[in-house]
Write a protein that binds this ligand. Structure first.
Ligand code: NAP
Length: 356
């Protein structure tokens, strides 16, 4: 008989935690015993997994001391992860952590299973899941980078409210209702500004000297670690938008060699976890609504840069012969459910590589 594992879900009541329950059920991860953990506030709440109700318990170190837990998915804030994950991994339990606590720790592998699975065995009891915007960007970039090395990335994110958790998603719902009912918009709690019908620079702390915020630093540093290449220039601008779920990203790349769009398209099609939606005739490309609850990262608007080529004044058209095949600039647009591939799904895929 195949082994079954004792699995703990730390932060089971959160936006990512809820998604873990769905994904573990869908993928039939071999769970013998499931332990759901959250704060004292949630102790005694019920959550459903495979048609069975489970009681949520308060997270305490004792839980991991009094029973042998094989695997713990952490989806709590980074401060809590920092203090708890080492205690848990010391008991022999593998921790896969969704927070930023260990991502840049040299002893902790930072994994996207489709991109750097070879780093998984280097773990010492903790494996880190990358930031959601990093995963969603690197997924379509990996097959391009394999074919034609990337020298520079200019990326703008359009990040959903649920990226900031359950309460942020509720805040968008409440404010949208208030806005449409022409009642006063209640004061924002999760975000610094109203999120309904609005967009603003990412709500993470900004470095006053450089002007980049923490989310943008994460995209730069984590991408360098995952790709094992810190010479790629990465220029992110992270923006929160009035979307419930699924992040979108507009990406401009400078590649080392001349571009063959057909080959790039083929490499993206062949790469696991990616799906191309790129219908120029219908103006149909990836969208957050269609990416919601989906596992794949959707890629579209694949086009070679024409900006390096001068406009033909007589026809007001860019000269096809002069631009195609010569530019090393590539644009694309992608979209992915940040609660799935950007968080819970990526973590479960890592666990599958370790345990199955
Ligand atoms: N949301 C995303 O799209 C996303 C994507 C990638 C990574 N992440 C990361 O994943 C982690 C979780 O994010 P989230 O969006 O799921 O947040 P969330 O919706 O706010 O959920 C937070 C979870 O942490 C639990 N928690 C809070 N304080 C606790 C305590 N003192 N002891 C035990 N549990 C406690 C909460 O339990 P209660 O319900 O009892 O408060 C809840 O289960 C964060 O590190 C986040 O940065 C999130």
């Amino acid at each position: 008989m195949n082994p079954k594992y004792t699995v703990a879900l730390v932060g089971s009541t959160g936006a990512v935690g809820e998604e873990f329950l769905d994904i573990l059920e869908e993928r039939n991860f071999p769970i013998g015993k499931l332990i759901l953990l959250a704060s004292k506030r949630s102790a005694g709440k019920k959550q459903v997994f495979k048609n069975t109700e489970y009681l949520v318990e308060e997270l305490t170190p004792d839980i991991f001391r009094k029973q042998k837990v094989d695997l713990a998915f952490f989806s709590v804030g980074s401060e809590l992860a920092k203090s708890f994950a080492p205690l848990v991994s010391d008991t022999g339990c593998l921790v896969i952590d969704n927070s930023s606590a260990f991502r840049m720790d040299k002893k902790v592998p930072l994994i996207v299973p489709e991109i750097n699975p070879e780093d998984i065995p280097k773990h010492n009891g903790i494996i880190a899941n990358p930031n959601c915007s990093t995963i969603i960007m690197l997924m379509p970039l990996a097959p391009i980078h394999q074919l034609n090395p990337i020298k520079k990335i200019v990326v703008s994110t359009y990040q959903a409210a649920s990226g900031a958790g359950v309460t942020a998603m509720e805040e968008l719902k409440t404010q949208a209702k208030e806005f449409l009912n022409s009642t006063e918009i209640s004061a924002p709690k999760s975000f610094p500004y109203p999120i309904a019908f609005n967009c603003f620079s990412h709500d993470s702390k900004i470095n006053l000297e450089t002007g980049y915020n923490i989310e943008e630093y994460k995209m730069i540093q984590e991408s360098h670690k995952i790709l094992k290449n810190d010479t790629i220039e990465i220029v992110p601008t992270c923006i929160r938008v009035s979307v419930f779920r699924a992040h979108a990203e507009s990406i401009y790349l400078e590649l080392e060699n001349e571009i063959n769009l057909t080959k790039i398209r083929q490499n993206i099609e062949d790469f696991p976890g990616l799906s191309i939606i790129d219908d120029r005739q219908r103006n149909y490309f990836p969208m957050p609504l269609e990416s919601t609850k989906k596992d794949e990262i959707f890629v579209g608007r694949l086009r070679q840069s024409i900006s390096a080529v001068s406009l033909d004044a007589s026809s007001r058209e860019y000269s096809r012969e002069r631009s195609i095949g010569r530019s090393k600039g590539l644009n694309l647009w992608c979209c992915g459910d940040q609660l799935r591939k950007g968080a819970a799904l990526n973590a479960v895929q890592i666990a599958e590589k370790v345990f199955l």
